[in-house]
Design a protein around this ligand. Structure first.
Ligand SMILES: [Fe+2]
Length: 261
């Protein structure tokens, strides 16, 4: 049978050390014609002795001097790689601990709670006797954004093979008048506090991923949430500053118009 040389791929590539023997994987059909047998041979003839000391080592036989072993058809038999029989458990789940799964469900609740409060603010500022349409629009969009965050966490939970469990959401306030601050500033300050709280919970979620040695989950929290969260805090902090400048009454109407555009 003619032997076939496979091209080296990154997963097989190992940095060569002085004295390493360079090897490549050879496959050939088995005698029954249904399978493939693997073996490795020296990749460089003696005439290339000088070159092999600086080349990549490729091996699938566990015979490398680097100590790195890759025996796919043996290693895949380990219990951790066995696909579960029960349809009740995830087939995809790997290195995803219960604590990470629970922390994601808790963050889903945080996002939904923020969404709920913002929705209540939308309803308040949309009233005919309040009629701050810019604030109503801003809080409606904020509510939708928080719900999208919850959904993104749900999709991630499913990607990792966890189960989404929804907890109850606390009742939101419905009235946002404040004698000294006025309703617009009071609501915006409440929004700023909520965003900071959400950021604190996201940092806790990231810590749970770190402590459980789950770099993929940590990366997900970082790339999908942390930057956007500090940007939201900055934007709402600026709105608070502007509302403190304009005071109550006419200035709030101009602020509200700015939010409409
Ligand atoms: Fe959020």
């Amino acid at each position: 049978m003619a032997a076939t040389f496979l091209s080296p791929v990154p997963a097989f590539s190992l940095a060569a050390k002085q004295g390493d023997t360079a090897r490549v994987l050879i496959t050939s059909p088995t005698s029954d014609g249904h399978g493939i047998s693997c073996s490795s041979v020296s990749a460089f003839p003696s005439a290339s002795r000088k070159k092999r000391n600086t080349s990549l080592v490729v091996s699938a036989t566990g015979e490398t001097l680097t100590g790195v072993v890759f025996q796919p058809f043996e290693e895949v038999k380990k219990e951790v790689f066995v696909v579960p029989n029960s349809p009740q458990v995830s087939f995809a789940r790997q290195y995803f601990v219960d604590e990470c799964e629970a922390a994601i469900n808790e963050q889903i609740n945080v996002e939904y709670t923020a969404s709920y409060v913002y929705h209540a603010m939308f309803a308040y500022f949309d009233r005919d006797n309040i009629a701050l349409k810019g604030l109503a629009k801003f809080f409606k969009e904020s509510s939708e954004e928080e719900r999208e965050h919850a959904e993104k966490l749900m999709e991630y939970q499913n990607i990792r093979g966890g189960k989404v469990v929804l907890h109850s959401i606390l009742t939101s306030p419905s009235e946002f008048e404040h004698v000294e601050k006025g309703d617009a500033l009071y609501a915006m300050e409440l929004a700023l506090s909520l965003e900071k709280l959400t950021n604190e919970k996201l940092l806790s979620l990231h810590k749970v991923a770190d402590e459980n040695n789950d770099p993929q989950m940590a990366d997900f929290v970082e790339s999908e949430f942390l930057t956007e969260q500090v940007e939201s805090i900055k934007k709402i902090a600026e709105y608070v500053a502007q509302l403190r400048m304009v005071g109550k009454g006419h200035g709030v109407w101009h602020f509200d118009q700015m939010l409409l555009n």
